[in-house]
Design a protein. Sequence first.
Length: 157
Amino acid sequence: MTTSAKYDSINLRTHELIIIDGTITLYVAGDITLGSNAEVRIDRASPDASLTLYLGGQLDAKNATGVNNLTQDAKKLKLYGLNSCKSVILKNGSDFYGAVYTPNADIEMKTSANLSGSIVAKSYEQKNSATFNYDASLREATIEDTAIYFTIDKWHE
């Protein structure tokens, strides 16, 4: 995929694949369902490959599937849950390198799911051998980053 787009939903069946090969923004108003061994893959061969995903529904990644950021650079994958996003489920064998900002969603990491990056969520549950590793490089933000804003804290004249 080399073009940003808007979808009502995304439903990848078993072994289906979307390859992100460019700077892509996807707006998904509804759910994303990834069947077993299905994958959204950020290609490491393209130096500009990155994905910003706005999600209005739920993300349900089945066994051995997920959003696979082959660059292993958490800055190249950003998932923003809209107010209607209530659930993100990553299951067996899912590796996720990225920043997750879903303040209204419950995040559930199941057996052998791995997340390296950062999470903002309503709740976070990690089961069995799932792992979470904070990526400190994500704390370096600029005013141009999405969801970054400055407010006046004090004012004196």
